[in-house]
Design a protein around this ligand. Sequence first.
Ligand code: KIV
Ligand code: NA
Length: 265
Amino acid sequence: PKRVRVHHLREMKERGERWPMLTAYDVYTAEIFDEAGIPVLLVGDSAGNNVFGYDNTIPVTVEELLPLVKAVVRGTRTALVVADLPFGSYQLGPEQALTTSFRFMKEAGAHAVKLEGGARFVPQVEALTGAGIPVMAHIGFTPQSEHQLGGFRVQGRGDAGDKLVEDALALQAAGAFAVVLEMVPADVAKRVTAELVIPTIGIGAGPETDAQVLVWSDMAGMNRGRKPRFVKQYADVGSVLLDAARRFGEEVRHGVYPAEEHSYT
Ligand code: KIV
Ligand code: NA
């Protein structure tokens, strides 16, 4: 099977085919999601919460994400791997965005990068695409701007819906190959999806986007904490793992494991 390319995603939109995206942060999940036929894997800065145990994505650094991207790329054969640019690694301008993205491409093997923000980030998107780096945009609720946005809130209600459409169009014109829409009203997401020729990827954006993304640990029940309204949990991996760890512990304590078959003569 051949590697998914950004043009395939646009062709799927033209054919009206929906597609899924998941986050991944390590080689095992990357292998599993690749085998499951998930065409795009995002090494999200949601690793802040889901790998490093931070309260949000703000402290995440390039140095922290690089090895995760490297591992995910190694775990894939067909999935297109997108590296999320951490907070503070691209906002200074196109040059900083280029410097950071070169590292994700050269040192970790990323196939594309993602950055948060609307029309104000057109210079970054133009510089990156101009340098041959596919860019996924991300608008609506953008977690890196949590403090500016006033917490986890739906974005693009009322008049702000027009601004969202304008941002999406500007990012598309700048060369973005897809746009993530996070926590926006379903009707606004539908409007953006209809206006763009590039795919929209929804998370908390209703059923009308071209693609859907979820954080894998939310989707699989690995994150045992609070989950937002938009998350659907497809498995309870956390409980499976808890049970496995408990049984291992019991068997060691009771001398059941290791048995003869696990021992060398
Ligand atoms: O970091 C992340 O996981 C993301 C997705 C939720 C789009 O940005
Ligand atoms: Na992110």
